[in-house]
Design a protein around this ligand. Structure first.
Ligand code: SAM
Length: 269
């Protein structure tokens, strides 16, 4: 994967967005994920290590291998783990579609916000299944932008979200993948697939969620698609600015914002 193939890019702003996202969502997404002492865990598509730090801290006796296709993200992730004082993670630049591990190398695989960017999420899951031991577990977390609703309602704001969905689709991704996790994971040959929705709700009585999720995660993510959406002629500048201003109103004193993540857990045959 090159930097141009990834809808959110690898800018410093995107790195900060991923960190804000993981901190705000840490408990909601990870409270029920922990790995036993001595188990070997593969995190595929670790990015800048935003989830890696949480996983490694929650399971200090497990041994993590974190891979990503981007060398600069791996370097940042390595630094993040170092400054968190954690020593149970090794990093490797590697492609999910060409995993440099023998079959049945891992007890657990963890994937977060990666399948939505892949042209072949089914194949990715099959490749990951191959490196899992029989009876090993898969955990996948994805969002679904179609689950977004907010107040005040605004068609202009929805146009900007639709631009992000369309930009990602044009790059071969699927920003609506959360709703598909159950069939995707089953088709890849896993058993005991269990999907749980993780609902986010923010209003001004929950300022941490408004700042950490509505503003710094969600609106920042939509804004990240601006240049591509404008260049592709999906929207013009005034319509974009109006949409973002309306989205920002959902983070205002009388605004509300809702979104659902999907977490699938399954067992390798
Ligand atoms: C949205 S980021 C998520 C990063 C991290 N999991 C998180 O939740 O913060 C997606 C990551 O997947 C990586 N990625 C995409 N395709 C990949 C592939 N084929 N092999 C390995 N990594 C890949 C990208 O480089 C990027 O770092």
């Amino acid at each position: 994967m090159t930097d141009n193939d990834y809808v959110h890019g690898y800018s410093e702003r995107e790195r900060q967005r991923l960190r804000d996202q993981s901190q705000t969502l840490a408990d909601l997404l990870h409270h029920d994920t922990s790995y036993p002492a001595g188990s070997r865990v593969l995190e595929a598509g670790c990015g800048v290590g935003a989830q890696t730090v949480i996983l490694a801290r929650n399971s200090p006796e497990a041994q993590f291998t974190a891979i990503d296709a981007s060398p600069s993200s791996i370097a940042t992730a390595q630094a993040a783990i170092g400054s968190a004082g954690l020593c149970n993670v090794t990093f490797q630049v590697a492609d999910i579609f060409q995993l440099p591990f023998p079959e049945a190398s891992f007890d657990h695989v963890f994937v977060c916000f990666v399948l939505e960017h892949l042209r072949q999420p089914d194949e990715a899951l099959r490749r990951l299944r191959a490196v899992l031991k029989p009876g090993g577990s898969l955990t996948v977390i994805e969002g679904d932008h179609g689950s977004t609703f907010f107040h005040p309602r605004s068609a202009a704001a929805w146009r900007t979200i639709q631009c992000l969905i369309d930009v990602q689709a044009a790059m071969g991704g699927n920003a609506l993948i959360g709703r598909e996790l159950y069939p995707l994971v089953r088709r890849a040959g896993f058993r005991e697939v269990a999907v749980s929705p993780r609902f986010v709700y923010a209003d001004s009585s929950r300022p941490t969620w408004v700042a950490g999720f509505t503003r710094n995660t969600y609106i920042a993510m939509v804004e990240g698609a601006r240049d591509q959406a404008l260049a592709a002629g999906m929207i013009d500048r005034p319509a974009w600015d109006k949409g973002i201003a309306d989205l920002e109103a959902s983070a205002g004193p009388d605004g509300t914002f809702s979104y659902t993540f999907f977490k699938a857990v399954a067992v390798a045959p």
